[in-house]
Design a protein around this ligand. Structure first.
Ligand SMILES: Nc1ncnc2c1ncn2[C@@H]1O[C@H](COP(=O)(O)OP(=O)(O)OP(=O)(O)O)[C@@H](O)[C@H]1O
Ligand SMILES: [Mg+2]
Length: 114
């Protein structure tokens, strides 16, 4: 990870926060997992078993200002994507899932990292 990783932490936190919003007292759960995808790549999944992403925003949810929440700003995912992609040269995407929502952060392993 470049720098001290505080922006990346913020991005992950935002994915979890979105998951909590989606679950909103339904008693569902959020799971965060990570695994090495390849020699040079790790993947982190943040998944919840809430209602899933509304069809109306499925293709635009990473655009700034897109929100389905009352009082939402729609900035979380657009900033998170910029942090993951521009700062860390990774990828942030919505993975296809049968139930709920799964976001995947893929990151290159830095040169010289263990
Ligand atoms: N885990 C999720 N489950 C279902 N829908 C989601 C999930 N995460 C994001 N979304 C959808 O994507 C939209 C955009 O998310 P984003 O984080 O960018 O903005 P927001 O959460 O609405 O507002 P903000 O993050 O600015 O407070 C959300 O309004 C919601 O419709
Ligand atoms: Mg958000």
């Amino acid at each position: 990870v470049r720098g001290n990783g505080v922006l990346l932490e913020w991005a992950l936190e935002n994915l979890v926060k979105n998951g909590l919003d989606a679950l909103a007292g339904t008693g569902g759960s959020i799971r965060v997992s990570a695994q090495r995808e390849s020699e040079r790549r790790v993947a982190i999944q943040v998944e919840d078993d809430g209602p899933g992403v509304a069809p109306a925003v499925r293709t635009t949810l990473f655009d700034p200002g897109v929100t389905t929440k009352k009082g939402g700003w729609g900035v979380g995912l657009s900033l998170a994507r910029r942090i993951v992609e521009d700062v860390h040269h990774g990828r942030l995407s919505l993975a296809p899932s049968e139930k709920g929502a799964t976001f995947v952060v893929e990151l290159p392993i830095a040169d010289g990292a263990a």
